[in-house]
Design a protein around this ligand. Structure first.
Ligand SMILES: [Fe+2]
Length: 233
């Protein structure tokens, strides 16, 4: 992989006390330290936003408090070198109230929004309609979060209909079958980003990104990281 490509984690619950991810500033610092050791240079912080739990304003306030606390804690330390972009992992819910404020939840200064589809159900028409609404009517660029978690036929239908981007969790490529599928999705232009989806420093931590790096060839990693860099530019 070319050394000038930034290593960007596109999906991480690294901000303290915003969601069920990091539960303290200390835990967030431990995660940042792991990220640094894994060679990560930039992180897209994507705390969960559940529309039925809080308003967009409440979420943004909570996220700001978490980000400010972490920034203060790492100031003047090597951890400060890891650049954090603010984003959200927005759960798609049937209530449409929050949709008008989605533009406040985009990643950094981009138009990209990370959307988490409902789990454990076959996707229904309202879900397809909602994603198309975000993509076409509200003109945001939908990135489907961790598509490796869902029924492949649902994912492929939605990408076909809505033309959205997609992200996998690094855990997907740890198995030969997962790697083969991920490679095919990239070749077909259906997969664009990879993320750690870290939630804590012990269980769902940065080891997954180091392991994935050993399993993937440099070309594929460069593809993922270049896409992230291009988006965040
Ligand atoms: Fe997540």
């Amino acid at each position: 992989m070319a050394s000038n490509v930034p290593i960007i984690d596109f999906h991480a619950h690294i901000l303290p006390l915003v969601d069920h991810g990091s539960q303290s500033v200390e835990m967030s610092c431990a995660l940042l330290s792991q990220a640094l050791q894994a060679g990560v240079t930039e992180i897209v912080a994507t705390p969960h936003f559940y529309p039925h739990k809080m308003t967009v304003s409440e979420f943004l306030e909570k996220r700001k408090i978490g980000f400010d606390a972490l920034s203060k804690s790492v100031k003047g330390t090597p951890l400060e070198s890891v650049k954090i972009h603010l984003g959200a992992e927005v759960a798609l819910e049937s209530s449409t109230k929050y949709l008008s404020e989605l533009d406040k939840l985009v990643i950094g200064g981009t138009k990209a929004i990370l959307i988490e589809m409902p789990m454990f159900v076959r996707w229904q028409k309202w879900m397809f309609d909602a994603v198309c609404d975000i993509q076409y009517k509200r003109k945001l660029d939908v990135v489907l979060a961790h598509i490796d978690r869902y029924e492949e036929r649902d994912v492929l239908s939605l990408i076909d209909i809505a033309g959205c981007l997609s992200q996998i969790n690094a855990s997907m490529v740890l198995t030969p079958g997962g790697r083969k599928k991920a490679r095919q999705l990239c070749y077909d232009g259906l997969l664009h980003f990879i993320g750690s989806d870290v939630h804590d420093d012990v269980e769902r931590n940065y080891k997954v990104l180091s392991k994935a790096r050993k399993k993937l060839n440099g070309e594929m990693l460069e593809f993922f990281y270049s896409n992230s860099a291009e988006l965040l530019k």
